[in-house]
Design a protein around this ligand. Sequence first.
Ligand code: HEM
Length: 456
Amino acid sequence: MSWTHTFTNLCDWYTHLLHNSPTGTIHIHILRNTITSNPDNVEHILKTRFDNYPKGKPFSTILDDRLGKGIFNVDGDYWKFQRKMASLELGSVVIRSYAFETVMDEIQTRLIPVMASKAHGENGTEIKTVLDLQDILRRFSFDINCKLSFGLDPGCLLPSLPVSNLADAFDLTSKLSAERAMNVSPMIWKMKRFFNVGSEKKLREAVNVVSNSANEIIKQRREMGFATRKDLLSRFMGLINNDDIYLRDIVISFLLAGRDTIAAGLTGFFSLLSKNPRVEEMIRKELNQVLGPDQESPTFDQLRQMHYLNATVHESLRLFPPVQFDSKHAEEDDVLPDGTIVKKGSRVTYHPYAMGRMKKIWGPDCLEFNPERWLKDGLFVQQDPFKYPVFQAGPRVCLGKDLALMNMKSVVAALVPRFDIRVVEPHHEPQFVPGLTTTFRGGLPVKVIEKKMLST
Ligand code: HEM
């Protein structure tokens, strides 16, 4: 724990060690964990020797109660089947337009009104209201992902900002499952689970709340019919008969995939934008050019035309990736391209957070928020996915990447022209809560100033 004297977060200490390692790789002996920031190694693990680096049993055991046989938690045939089915669905026009309509509706009817209700006018006097933007974005994300996954509206972003038992239970399962991974030995949590005490008792209760809600929705959907509905559950119900537990595991994985990641991505985005008014002005300028004076929100196609907006979202995900690290387990002994020896059964981790902060990969200005690095002659240019594995890469690349980017860009395009969003303590280095996805400890306290809309 000596790192805590110098670094705020474990990921910052790993970044420091990886930066100082000539190969960009380190080995943490007591954890039997090889951690790499070397793009050649990442390509080797995620693509070239994909078969040698499954998630493995140590990972699936930790998340088994929560995710069961959902896509996140399985390898082999279970994974192949879900991957095929899900990529067909997520790539379909029906799901894409349903997702876009859902996001736009939530933005117009809930997100903008809630932000406006907490905002102050441009000429307002002293601004006192402080809003936790992370909380608002998590509510937004829970609503849209429940609608997409289950066709259910939990109403977390209604004006009263209600408490949702389902959202709370879902969050508790994330927190307690992540804490399992922090035990020195898995025997500790397994014993607690066996005796059903402490955090394991709470985890079991929270998992039951989520599972029971999902079971209830599946039951109702069977009774009411699902053929004409567009959410993922209904689409998968048409493909999987008579296995409601499997169906439940699949959709809970999707809820997890989309909920925490999008909220984390947007929280990081607004924390960076608050300190970069130049970038904010460039986004407004591009929106003005594409939308003109009379149109308030972009269409799906217009979002795709906004190269600067796309660059800012990619750039913020580089510095604040929602999944900071991701581990696999070696099936057989291996040697990575940089010469690191990997022993059978050991853990191998690639680290998008550290990689986004490496001079070797991004140059001397790697810590700056500079969307221009993604543009060539004003056009967005993709980077090598193995040097930017924010969405993973190779055969298991994130299936929701396009959806997530559409979602984030829609929120930015809606909020940036209407509000100046300013972090209350901009120089305070973020502290992260340990977990599977990035969460800012203490939230993201902001002040919101409403701008006069350009068309008025
Ligand atoms: C900014 C938002 C997002 C980021 C940064 C992100 C990142 C990732 C990463 C790193 C993985 C690999 C995880 C692992 O294997 O352990 C992953 C997998 C996955 N993501 Fe995303 N994700 C995002 C949003 C979404 C959304 C919105 C959806 C769907 C609605 C989604 C669906 C999935 C699925 C299904 C997988 C599993 C793919 C497989 O195992 O074959 N993601 N994502």
